[in-house]
Design a protein around this ligand. Sequence first.
Ligand code: HEM
Ligand code: HEM
Length: 464
Amino acid sequence: MKEMSIDSKIVMGYIYSSLFWGVIGLLIGLLISIQMWDPAFNFGEFFTFGRLRTVHTNVLAYGLGIGAEMGVFYYIITKLTKRTLLFPKLAMINLVIFNIGILAGTITLFMGYTQSLEYAEFEWPIDIGVVIIWVLFAINVIGTVATRKEKHMYVSLWYILVTVVAVAILYIVNNLPIIVSLTKSYHIFSGLNSANVQWWYGHNAVGFLFTTPILAMFYYFLPKSTNMPIYSHRLSIISFWSLVFMYLWTGAHHLVYSPIPDWLQTLGIVFTIVLIAPSWGSVINGYMTVQPDWSKMNSQYLTKFFILGITFYGLQTLQGPSQGLRAISSLIHFTDWVPGHVHMGTMGWVVLVTTASMYYIVTKIYNTTIYSEKLANTHFWLVLIGQVVFSITMWITGIRQGAMWKSYNDDGTLMYTFMETLVGNYPYWQMRTVAGAVFIVGMLFFLFTLIMTVVKGKREQSSK
Ligand code: HEM
Ligand code: HEM
């Protein structure tokens, strides 16, 4: 049997790790969705909603998200640079540090240690670990690209490089601490500056953890799996530079109607609206790539993952800018509409593109075909149904909540008590739990199909 290359072992190591963290994060997502309509599901202090919600977001963003991105990036980089990784052993060591870091971060969140900054909850000792992991990753990525054998820089490499650089800057700046003890620190910025820096970070975390890396995958795997060249390289590069430039100015749209200066909110909102153009540059590029032969949506099982994925990205990047507008923000902010938006992006765009990329990689690394297209299709439909039901129920109840909060009696008093608006959520939250369960079953189909494809590939190689 042919020995697997070290690069492939690294890629698979990261993929397996991300899947492990993904299962944990999703199950916790399901549990917190139940806790929201039945408090009896809060078990002791470690398993209360307040702690588990941060475990859910961090484990999925950093464990599943970053783990998958590192593995998939290493695969793409070796292909596009036509060389092996510059420091393969370093990547292996980093894999171990990565898993220890996520484990330590998760345990501390369970214990209630948090910086109280959304998506930057890890306390400072864990932050140091995160920075080490990212620097080691950056050395390998930048070093391999700098010493590449292929002169041409395909757009996926640009998206990978910007992810590496932007995440480093964002994470370090927003995590600058005033240290009180080993387990407690405070943001170095205070008051409005703290809010402003936090949401500059928060929105760009979405941009550089859930957008640019996924676009890197999309631009590489869509043409590969369909066997059709990308429609326009020029459009892909124009979209890239304008997206990166505009993202960095939009954070203030999370602070509409807050005490930050009005001009700053308006600046954020203007860039937010303009961001539609570069986002849709990629959506159009994707559609036009498949345009010459739409039958690929039927005949090539991966095409629909990528096309539905970019469709959700397209919807997300229309819905997101609309949420920045003052009139709409005043209706949906603080309501369940926002988790509806969030999960269309994460469960739709991110998960569809990432899992399809993993299918592609595994069949190439093990030189085989997918174990069962039927199972992959079942995975697709369950994930799609789960995601759509999740988002739609949250949008409905979000508007309901917002409208009830805004209703006044003639004498100026509120028409509804807070409890009335809250209890009205229950049926929708229960429906979300059902949707989450359907999504998780879909992901179990994915895990099974992926692992069976590896087994099939190994079996075929050993019989050669
Ligand atoms: C089975 C699937 C999932 C379920 C049941 C689920 C459930 C939940 C729940 C109940 C919340 C709390 C909402 C609130 O506080 O009102 C939440 C928040 C969140 N989840 Fe999930 N989730 C799932 C999948 C995912 C995935 C795949 C990701 C990312 C890759 C993700 C990322 C997030 C984020 C970023 C938030 C914070 C949203 C906000 O503050 O508006 N979730 N999720
Ligand atoms: C053009 C692109 C986008 C724009 C302009 C945008 C805009 C917004 C706005 C204005 C909010 C704040 C809503 C509120 O709380 O009132 C928001 C929340 C959020 N968006 Fe987007 N969005 C975009 C794309 C995406 C994508 C692609 C994802 C994920 C894949 C995403 C994930 C999130 C998350 C996680 C939050 C919740 C933040 C929190 O915890 O409060 N967004 N978005």
